[in-house]
Design a protein around this ligand. Structure first.
Ligand code: INI
Length: 161
């Protein structure tokens, strides 16, 4: 079997992180998990650029702009949308999910999705904790993997791996 190697670390790669200010406390924890993971995987602090946006609705435009700049190997998005009593939640979630996917497809740059869509604050906090239970960490790891995989897909797969 031949397979594309995804063994890699983040050293020498550049990452942009788009993070929402809405539900700031939880977003800050997601950002902390994300930055911890990127640095643990070898990314240099100078190679990680963070852009704050007002809310999840604004994430796609910032993510697309950064992805299209050609300056980054991957873009991470972070935010928190919490269900309220109106359909607003559904519109913001849809805009964020569709927009992030579109940003990635239109630019060919991996854009990972770390926007929590939760029923209440407790659910969100449970996904923004220290250690593994942090969505920011998870999507940072996905960004590193995709940043390594995509350039490799343009080359022949490795034999026997
Ligand atoms: N933005 C969020 O990131 N999370 C939310 O829970 C949220 N709620 O509940 O309204 C939210 N709204 C703001 C929205 O993302 C935009 O910033 C705003 O509509 C301005 O365009």
């Amino acid at each position: 079997m031949k397979s594309y190697s995804t063994h890699c670390d983040a050293s020498g790669r550049r990452f942009a992180v788009v993070v929402s200010r809405f539900n700031h406390l939880i977003c800050a924890r997601l950002l902390e998990g994300c930055l911890d993971e990127l640095r643990a995987r070898g990314a240099e602090a100078d190679d990680i650029h963070v852009a704050w946006v007002p809310g999840a609705f604004e994430i796609p435009l910032a993510a697309r702009t950064l992805a299209a700049s050609g300056r980054y190997d991957a873009v991470v998005t972070l935010g928190v949308v919490i269900r309220g009593g109106t359909p607003h939640f559904d519109y913001v979630c849809r805009a964020a999910t569709d927009g992030v996917l579109q940003a990635s497809r239109e630019t060919g740059v991996p854009v990972t999705f770390g926007v929590l869509t939760c029923d209440d604050v407790e659910q969100a906090l449970a996904r923004a904790g220290a250690g593994d239970g942090n969505k920011g960490r998870e999507v940072a790891s996905a960004a590193v993997e995709m940043a390594c995989l995509l350039p490799a897909l343009g080359k022949p797969p490795e034999v026997g791996s």
